[in-house]
Design a protein around this ligand. Sequence first.
Ligand code: TRP
Length: 364
Amino acid sequence: MPHIIDPWGAELPADYDRLIHEFGLEVFDPKIFPGPNVPMRRMVCFAGRDLKRIASCIAEKKPYYALTGIMPSAERIHFGTKTVIENIRYFQEHGAKTYVLVADLEAMMTRKVSLAEAQRRALEFHIPAYIALGLDAKKTTFYFQSENKQVMKLAYSFAPRVTTNEFRALYGTMDAPRMLSALTQAGDIFWPQLEERMPCVIPVGIDQDPHIRLSRDLAVRTRKEFNFIPPSALFHKFTPGLDGSLKMSKSKPSSCIELPEEPDLACKKIISAVSGGRETINEHRRLGGIPEKDMAFELLKIHLLPKDEELNKIYNDYKTGKLLTSELKQITCELFERFMRDFEERFERAKKIVSRLRFFRREI
Ligand code: TRP
């Protein structure tokens, strides 16, 4: 039975190497991009499709765009969403036209969030949070799926090009909300090309790969009609839960840090997180800790400590037993608090920017 990635499911395959192999992904090489960001350097970005095309756009200063979408399925975002924003921001800073959409139609169909509620969450919280995380609002086109008729028209024109069997092979199951969501997402991915054909990169979690494969197939199948350039994709791993589970998820509050989060509460969660420490201090000093298994270290690596030398020092000190688990957790709590204070300040400023923001709306 072939493996299937379900973008809407809670359970996801854990073995990232196997995914690369099974789905014919490219292994991500951070050296192809100039000045790679933290998720790229730390191999949180681990795979891609057709990324050389994007690397050459950057090198030759040719036009391309970066586009991503986020479902406002909850009130706040969690730490994982930060990686998506950092990647889109990287491309924005490297010459890409940038699009960020609110997947309100998808949230309505698959998560039972009303369009009005999705809109409220996006305006009050999600979009200000993206701006607080460094997205340049002036250089970004924001839109709601439900307000972009070009996206919807494309979705409809793609519909007769997919068979139910293909859909089942891609997604495992087939129902109307999923089918409509997938076609709408393909519409999202291509609509900027209605104006001008150009390469694009979609930075997303690996759970979104079925949509990327569908869109790439559709580009080939609609070549005569549209002649779209198939999307490239950059995939990142999930931020693991503090209990060591594969994916930080709001359904397990003790293992999930949201943004914003009270630093005291976050710190409590960090203190009870799975650690790579040994049973006793003596043993820890003698054998050293296991940073690879330590969720506090993981937070430092993925989110809180951008300076490579500092991270390497902590890694080595922990591994050789010089640094104790309690000390590592203390460092993580302090850095989290600093990050959170900074985020909240930026968030307040971002809310003002959003109140003046003009969204893309196309009724014709
Ligand atoms: N399916 C994405 C999610 O679950 C949201 C999304 C909609 C998206 N359209 C997109 C992502 C286009 C990337 C590109 O969050």
